[in-house]
Design a protein around this ligand. Structure first.
Ligand SMILES: Nc1nc2c(c(=O)[nH]1)N[C@H]1C(S)=C(S)[C@@H](COP(=O)(O)O)O[C@H]1N2
Ligand SMILES: [Mo]
Length: 320
């Protein structure tokens, strides 16, 4: 999650980019002397094709509650599906779509267990038969960009209720699929896999917290975390773990991927908070994808009123 604002890019780095581009031209020239086959192969590496348009099945009978929807302008389907963080596939936001194109998401199950009365493995087809709702939420990445996304899904509480948490359960741990055959990001991603995340149980059962099965009325595109991912709109985007295969109720705060990778930069709570700097950049404003001027970041990403007393007594300055 290393980002640079354009005004922080040094001219030396820009020169590097030019040298790099010249080298590409030089390699291309050299290829003219090679065989047609090799030329074609290397040409494809140097000029990756644009991602194919995403086509996923429609989700039927979506209900559209009047609450849970911001009136702000939606980001387009193209924006939402071509600017992604999904380190298992690539650390480049614009490359994830193409790298995840052939990701296999059927059959797919989520195992729900731990401190529960009735552990259960849910099949994705069963979860898609739950009543599906549209939730139009702001989505704010800790890197300083944001979008407005019309998610489809259902409250996480629905599956938690079904397994009947025991009294000792206080947290919920989530895990993403890790299949090194299909997910070939470089070791430079710098995070341990599988990707893991967690919530406090009261955050997990909050009505704003959903398991999302799609967006724009269609099943989840691979690059956005097919076939099912978490959405917690008042927290930084990295809490919203993708392509979930396992959920466990626990009595201890579960480990979380970005906290393990950089504990001084990413905490467990990670509530959106314009008053708490990331150690390397301010969080007071954000770049809404598609807009030219930065807009102010809202406390709890604009969801403070709906959270009621979730963080009563907590020192929000230390909540990063
Ligand atoms: N498994 C997994 N989940 C993940 C990530 C990831 O790299 N792997 N990236 C996170 C981050 S940093 C963000 S901002 C969002 C991005 O979601 P989007 O691509 O749908 O916008 O996914 C989050 N969930
Ligand atoms: Mo993010």
């Amino acid at each position: 999650m290393i980002i640079k604002k354009s005004n922080e890019i040094k001219s030396s780095e820009i020169t590097d980019e030019k040298t790099y581009l010249n080298r590409r031209n030089f390699i291309r020239a050299g290829l003219l002397a090679g065989t047609t086959l090799a030329t074609a192969g290397v040409y494809r590496v140097l000029n990756p094709p644009p991602p194919k348009p995403v086509i996923t099945a429609e989700i039927q009978n979506i209900i559209k509650p009047t609450d849970f929807r911001t009136e702000e302008k939606l980001n387009t389907f193209e924006e939402i599906t071509n600017y992604n963080n999904f380190y298992e596939f690539s650390t480049s936001k614009t490359a994830v779509a193409r790298k995840a194109e052939d990701f296999i998401t059927r059959p797919w199950t989520i195992e729900v267990g731990g401190l529960v009365q009735k552990p259960k493995t849910f099949d994705i087809e069963e979860l898609l038969r739950f009543e599906q709702e549209e939730r139009i939420y702001r989505f704010r990445c800790v890197e300083g960009w944001s979008m407005v996304i019309p998610w489809i899904g259902f409250p996480l509480k629905k599956i938690l209720d079904a397994v009947e948490p025991l009294g000792a359960a206080r947290y919920v741990a989530f895990e993403t699929l890790y299949d090194s055959e299909q997910m070939q990001s470089s070791f430079l991603a710098g995070i341990d896999l599988p990707y893991v995340e967690g919530l406090r149980l009261d955050e997990a059962v909050h009505p704003l917290t959903i398991l999302a099965t799609g967006l724009y009325g269609k099943q989840m595109p691979n690059q956005n975390g097919a076939p099912i991912r978490l959405i917690v709109p008042w927290k930084y985007g990295f809490k919203s773990i993708k392509s979930i295969v396992k959920i466990s109720l626990t009595d201890k705060e579960p480990p979380t991927t970005w906290n393990i990778a950089a504990p001084s930069e990413y905490g467990f709570y990670s509530n959106v908070n314009p008053n708490v700097r990331h150690p390397r950049w301010s969080q007071t404003t954000e770049n809404r994808i598609g807009e030219y001027t930065r807009r102010p970041t809202l406390m709890f990403n604009g969801y403070a009123e709906q959270l009621e007393n979730l963080y009563g007594g907590m020192d929000l300055k230390r909540d990063f």
